[in-house]
Design a protein around this ligand. Structure first.
Ligand code: GLN
Length: 473
């Protein structure tokens, strides 16, 4: 049998069913692997470790999991990679994590991320950047960079993250793994530290499309504690088809060709040929207002963030600065506790929501959002999925974009439009450019996760991409 760490969760399950692998061996191997983190992927590791975790091993699906540090976990440090939450141990656990625990998944640890999920390279973490396992001089993407690097780097069999404007799909693309941003409302947001509440969504980061389906099946559902959660009607099924016949794919020119690096484009065009070879029909389409997605997002997300981050006052959570006066304590706590990016967004968001500016900025951005949603809806009357690269570039060197916030914001050019429309998006690794992974993005209508899995699975089989860098094999 192959090395335990080489198995996807589904393969490990099958090995367990066949009696070739004991649940205990499986759990122990992963706890040991997580302990070898040289990528700064984990902010906290479950040092009670395999010993304690293995006691829980009783269910079928007991592969341990890495959890982005944005999810509240009872009694366990939860920082969202911010100084302002240093020392905070929540009194309750996020519903999504609770569902994983209920399914018998031991928690390996909490993963590094951009502070409050604001960023595209994981360099905004107060606890240092995460390194890309394919090339340690490069970023893993963000904001769920720790989760993506842990899965690609052999430090976790699977992980969860969150995606507001691309934070699951883009790091999945940079690290050569599968990542799904589910339809807004598929999974409860209860206990997920809020960044931009109308966009935030939890989702899986995995080695294979089947593993993503398994994980989504455990995560999705309506939660009385989150009134925006509805779950996925009919549930999630394991993809098994290996062809794409009868499926129609739209390639939005605005997302697929303009502003995409030549190397990425080459792999993308090659992937389109694969889709056709598998029986899929391809047509060029247009999302004329997708290009306004970024501008609208950078009004809406900071506006919501400025409101959500108002609660960190030094009284209720984590860090508190010393001061004689209460007002001074609030000010110093926020000045010392927040990093530059949250501060930038609090300022932009507060400005955009000010009396007299609200209609010009927030109101206008919401209208753009509606237009973008309608353009997508119209295409889904004809097409089963839209395809584009996930990111305009491959993983870039550490430090390459930190001095220029706009350059960093542009990383999400291709993932933001579907977020604005609340649609599901799946990243599937589709090849290499300059020796680094390139990801294909599949966008579907609301709650079409099963279709995306089916397409992703067929492509994954045809492409045969191995999510583990050669160096680690
Ligand atoms: N990079 C985008 C931002 O900084 C998206 C982040 C996310 O999806 N959480 O806001």
């Amino acid at each position: 049998m192959a090395d335990i760490l080489d198995l996807s969760v589904l393969e490990a399950h099958n090995a367990k069913m066949a009696g070739d692998l004991s649940p205990r061996e499986h759990v122990d191997a992963w706890f040991e692997a997580a302990g070898r983190d040289e990528l700064n992927a984990y902010l906290w590791r479950n040092d009670r470790g395999a010993e304690a975790a293995a006691i829980e091993v009783k269910e079928d699906w007991n592969a341990p999991i890495a959890v982005k540090d944005i999810f509240c976990t009872e009694g366990v440090p939860t920082t969202a990679a911010s100084r302002i939450l240093e020392g905070y141990r929540p009194p309750y656990t996020a519903t999504a994590v609770q569902q994983l625990i209920a399914a018998g998944l031991p928690i390996l640890g909490k993963t590094n991320m951009d502070e409050f999920a604001m960023g595209s390279s994981n360099e905004n973490s107060a606890y240092g950047p995460v390194l890309n396992p394919w090339d340690r001089s490069r970023v893993p993407g963000g904001s769920s960079g720790g989760s993506a690097a842990a899965v690609a780097g052999g430090l976790a069999p699977w992980a969860i993250g969150t995606d507001t404007g691309g934070s699951i799909r883009q790091p999945a693309a940079f690290c050569g793994i599968v990542g799904l941003k589910p339809t807004y409302g598929a999974i409860s947001r209860y206990g997920m530290i809020a960044f931009a509440s109308s966009l935030d969504q939890c989702g899986p980061l995995t080695r294979t499309v089947s593993d993503a389906a398994l994980l989504l099946a455990m995560l999705q559902g309506r939660d009385p504690l989150d009134s925006t959660s509805v779950g996925i009607e009919g549930g999630v099924s394991l993809p098994d088809r290996e062809d794409l016949s009868g499926l129609r794919f739209g390639v939005p020119a605005e997302l697929a060709r303009d502003s995409v690096d030549a190397g990425v484009r080459e792999v993308f065009e090659w992937t389109l040929e694969k889709i056709e070879a598998l029986g899929g029909e391809i047509a060029e389409v247009s999302l004329p207002n997708a290009e306004h997605g970024i501008s609208a997002y950078y009004v809406i997300a900071p506006a919501e963030a400025s409101s959500n981050l108002a609660r960190y006052d030094g009284v209720r959570y984590g860090y508190r600065a010393d001061a004689d006066q209460r007002l001074e304590m609030y000010k110093r706590t926020r000045e010392e506790g927040f990093g530059d990016e949250p501060k930038r967004r609090i300022m932009v968001g507060t400005y955009a929501l000010s009396a007299g500016y609200y209609d010009a900025y927030y109101g206008q951005a919401q209208k753009v959002r509606t237009v973008i949603k309608r353009e997508h809806d119209a295409l889904f009357e004809t097409f089963d999925a839209l395809v584009s690269p996930t990111s305009p570039t491959v993983a870039f060197p550490l430090g390459a974009r930190t001095a220029d916030p706009i350059a960093m914001y542009l990383c999400d050019l291709l993932t933001i439009p579907s977020c604005m429309a609340g649609l599901p998006g799946l990243n599937v690794p589709c090849g290499l450019s300059e020796g680094l992974p390139v990801g294909l993005q599949l966008i579907g209508p609301q709650f079409a996760e099963n279709t995306l899995f089916r397409i992703g699975h067929a492509l994954e089989q045809a492409i045969g991409f191995d999510s583990v860098p050669e160096r680690l094999r």
